[in-house]
Design a protein around this ligand. Sequence first.
Ligand SMILES: [Zn+2]
Length: 124
Amino acid sequence: MNKKVYQLYCEICNWKRVTDGKAEDVKDLHELTLSPVPGGVPKLEGGKIVDRPSSKRQRQFRCPNCGRTVQAKVVQNPQAKIDAYREDLRRQELAKKWYDQDESFRQKYEAIKQSYSDEEDDDE
Ligand SMILES: [Zn+2]
């Protein structure tokens, strides 16, 4: 299972912290108290008034450097990014190996590379 990871980043002074949102991780920061966002006007359902559920807001903190409000942003699946990066590296190495060892691969690669540079020339 992947853990949820949050990033706190202050655009004003570039202060940054990556946290899993646990209390010990952010205990030195001032968290802003936020009220939930109302879900909207209550609706009538079968003669009864039903409240719409309110939604929680993303947690906000005060930047310890400059005092501005910093919003916690979810870092989407950090492990997937690392995996994708590794897979990319692996493919590059594989391609390099094929390029060095396989004559037909080298010819195809050069042909593709040539077609790309031809397109670039057309733009000018
Ligand atoms: Zn700041």
